[in-house]
Write a protein that binds this ligand. Sequence first.
Ligand code: HEM
Length: 133
Amino acid sequence: MLQETRALHPVRRRGWKGWFAVRKRHLGYVAFALNRLTGLGLVLYLIIHLVVLSMLARGPETWDAFIELAKSPAFLLLDVILLAGILFHGLNGLRVILVGLGIGVHRHKELFWGLMLLAAILFIFGAWGFLVV
Ligand code: HEM
């Protein structure tokens, strides 16, 4: 019985490592793990964003120094990673909401890949804007 339960719940068996052990898992599981990872990343970003904004209270010199840092290539690369996270989480989240409402349940894989195509297109334009323009 215990073995049966473990076979049904590989995530429970592997503990937190099971969250990201996506080999041979269904597409839905990979999407769920990435959604969780990007969701936590966005929470982290929100905290950092508030800390950075608090610099405004320390005067123009501190803020100007930060703006210089924000223009560096390494920082712009972080913006690109953030964009990828926002697009994946937002559009995959939309799919979860639609499927939860009973919309596209039988075509959820096509819905997923369609939204990921949209994410890829928006990502290319957005990354272009950050890095080139
Ligand atoms: C367009 C905006 C967003 C949409 C449509 C969206 C949608 C969703 C959905 C549907 C879920 C539940 C997924 C599931 O049950 O399988 C979720 C989870 C979550 N979201 Fe978002 N979200 C958005 C923005 C954000 C933002 C801005 C943050 C952080 C500041 C965030 C953080 C999280 C976290 C931490 C989870 C829980 C992940 C987990 O425990 O698996 N989301 N989101």
